[in-house]
Design a protein. Structure first.
Length: 343
């Protein structure tokens, strides 16, 4: 069977090959009726243009690569969807990859995307391997870090200040009178989001004169099941904190499930706060208090910025765009038990 080419599509639609090419690359310049004829011919023939060949000749591939740490839970789902919706409206196809919090794997994925001649590349966060920084610095491809914001970031970025997220969560617990506070975070060596949140939260607690016993500082990956197991071990003894600050809502959900398993009342005996405000956090029982990271706004803003960078052919423009956080007070946090007892 002969593979259909652009001439075949043109003959089928009754137009010139140049018109077919224009529909593919600049559909807004073609009369709607003609465009529809070409689109029907493409659909009927099964024609697929050779993007790789276009890229070899210096033409845009109309693809944007996005590399995220995980797609296994809701952490990045909303930002990926809104980013995709934004770039798709401008005619770009999103190529999505996940590295599982492994920065060496991230390097290999980024290399593959660049070999496929993506027009632009987006990554999550500002922590990347030296090899990745060398790779992206040598390419003339617009790049954007999403989810994180720093005023002196080494990469263009659109996101939130994770230090502020940690501080807001800590100050909320302090304002409720909690002094016996535990923290549940993942390993922070390759995760600048968690590292900044934990650093700022710790500083806020110390500023309030609160000691943080090491036995109440536990490690868990972003997994409800593993967070639940870690918190069960922390909470099953009599010597337990009255509040838990969790690195994000996924871990916070695990903490609440652990408390339920042990019959610990939330928030009467244990307050739990997360960071993120992911899908389902408001529907939990009790509903989760959290610091909202506006993922949809981040994804939309990042998509707009990266499309603009491609359109301007300006890979060197340094963008630093901050998106505001918000403390969302629900029913998983309450006054410290000793304040309740004091009446």
């Amino acid at each position: 069977m002969i593979k259909p080419d652009i001439v075949f599509v043109a003959n089928l639609a009754g137009v010139s090959p140049a018109t077919v090419s224009r529909v593919m690359n600049h559909p807004e310049l073609v009369h709607p009726e003609t465009r529809r004829k070409v689109e029907l011919a493409v659909e009927k023939s099964g024609y697929i243009r050779n993007r790789a060949a276009q890229a070899m000749h210096g033409r845009r591939s109309a693809t944007i690569g996005l590399v995220v740490p995980t797609v296994a839970n809701t952490i990045f789902a909303e930002v990926v969807q809104s980013f995709n919706d934004t770039v798709s409206k401008e005619g770009f196809t999103l190529l999505l990859a996940s590295h599982g919090y492994d920065l060496d794997r991230e390097y290999r994925l980024i290399r593959k995307l660049l070999e496929h001649r993506v027009d632009a590349l987006a990554v999550v966060g500002l922590d990347h391997s030296p090899g990745t920084f060398r790779l992206i610095s040598g390419q003339r491809v617009p790049l954007l870090a999403i989810w994180n914001y720093l005023p002196d970031s080494p990469l263009p970025c659109v996101g939130v200040d994770n230090c502020e997220a940690g501080r807001l969560a800590a100050e909320h617990l302090v304002a409720l009178g909690h002094r016996r506070i535990g923290m549940v975070f993942p390993a922070t060596s390759n995760n600048d989001r968690a590292r900044d949140r934990k650093k700022a939260a710790t500083a806020a607690f110390i500023a309030a004169g609160i000691e943080l016993p090491q036995r109440w500082q536990i490690t868990s990956p972003y997994s409800i099941a593993q967070a639940k197991a870690a918190c069960l071990e922390l909470l099953e003894g009599k010597d337990r904190p009255s509040a838990l600050l969790c690195a994000n809502d996924v871990i916070a959900q695990g903490a609440i499930y652990a408390a339920a398993r042990l019959g610990i009342a939330v928030p009467g005996s244990l307050s739990v706060i997360g960071i993120g405000d992911f899908a389902g956090s408001a529907q939990m029982e009790p509903a989760l208090t959290t610091v909202r990271i506006p993922a949809q706004r981040i994804g939309t803003a990042a998509g707009e910025e990266i499309v603009a960078a491609v359109s301007r052919c300006d890979p060197d423009r340094m963008i630093r765009r901050r998106v505001e956080l918000e403390l969302i007070m629900r029913t998983s946090t309450g006054l410290a038990p000793e304040l309740i007892a004091a009446g």
